[in-house]
Design a binder for this molecule. Structure first.
Ligand code: ATP
Ligand code: ATP
Ligand code: CA
Length: 218
């Protein structure tokens, strides 16, 4: 059975989710209370509806509880975001993802039962900051408040040495999960693997250890 998705709020964030799902052939209902925005998505989404999602009757008439996953991408109007999420929850929507504007917004969303809360602006800001601080950091994915996975380029300081030579886990407390080399990917590399300059190392560990590794080893 095909999953049904709905996106509420067609700004840049909700709009790009909607476009990407459609491009992947996933049916998606696009909802916004701004008619102009809805019109822009009429040709992209499988359905585009102009509706105020803070109105329970409106949500019921859209049959929203039959959707597997609803994404609430209302940003600036926190009240509308919270009310919409609460109603979706009460109507029994299976999975709800909500974009949060700040930490307080996130707290409320979690209390009322949002399944996933995302902070796209904050997260992208963090990733870019890591990239700016160290040119060797390509990407940064937070696992928790204190742990991350990072994608870093091996400098010439590492190149030509084996993992065991560098004694990375013992020295820095981080693990190399995989090495990308050209089109190849080495998952769970052996301790005797020789790192080459320009390899992309995918590492996992505590943020403090990753930072130490970035500063000292690269
Ligand atoms: P983005 O930051 O993703 O670019 P934005 O800043 O343009 O979005 P937001 O205020 O975050 O706009 O709202 C996103 C969309 O949510 C807007 O298109 C807005 O019309 C829609 N929206 C706001 N309130 C409601 C509501 N009650 N019902 C339906 N849609 C709503
Ligand atoms: P440990 O003493 O850390 O448990 P080990 O007994 O598993 O290591 P090896 O697997 O031979 O021994 O690895 C020796 C050292 O090489 C490790 O202590 C660690 O510093 C480093 N090492 C090996 N594999 C990795 C990896 N995937 N990521 C980071 N460091 C590694
Ligand atoms: Ca915005």
């Amino acid at each position: 059975m095909k999953k049904e998705f709905a996106v509420i709020g067609l700004g840049r964030f909700g709009g790009s989710i909607c476009k990407e799902l459609s491009e992947q052939g996933v049916p998606v209902m696009a909802i916004d209370n701004n008619e102009e925005r809805v019109n822009k998505f009429a040709a992209i989404a499988s359905h585009a509806v102009c509706a105020d999602t803070t109105d329970e009757q409106v949500l019921k008439s859209l049959g929203i509880r039959n959707f597997d996953h609803v994404i609430v991408a209302i940003g600036d109007n926190i009240q509308a975001s919270i009310l919409t999420t609460l109603m979706l929850k009460e109507l029994g929507v299976n999975k709800i993802t909500v974009k949060a504007q700040n930490d307080y917004h996130e707290k409320v969303l979690r209390k009322i039962g949002a399944d996933f809360v995302v902070h796209p602006e904050r997260d992208m800001g963090r990733r870019i900051a890591h990239n700016i601080v160290s040119n060797n950091v390509l990407d940064y994915l937070e696992l928790s408040d204190e742990h991350s996975i990072a994608e870093i380029v091996a400098s010439s300081k590492l190149g030509g040495h084996s993992i065991i030579d560098l004694n990375i886990r013992a020295k820095y407390g981080i693990n190399i999960v995989a090495i990308k080399r050209g089109n190849d990917i080495l998952v769970s590399p052996q301790a005797d693997e020789l790192i080459q300059t320009g390899d992309i190392l995918i590492i996992i560990g505590a943020d403090t250890d990753i930072n130490r590794f970035e500063k000292k080893a690269l």
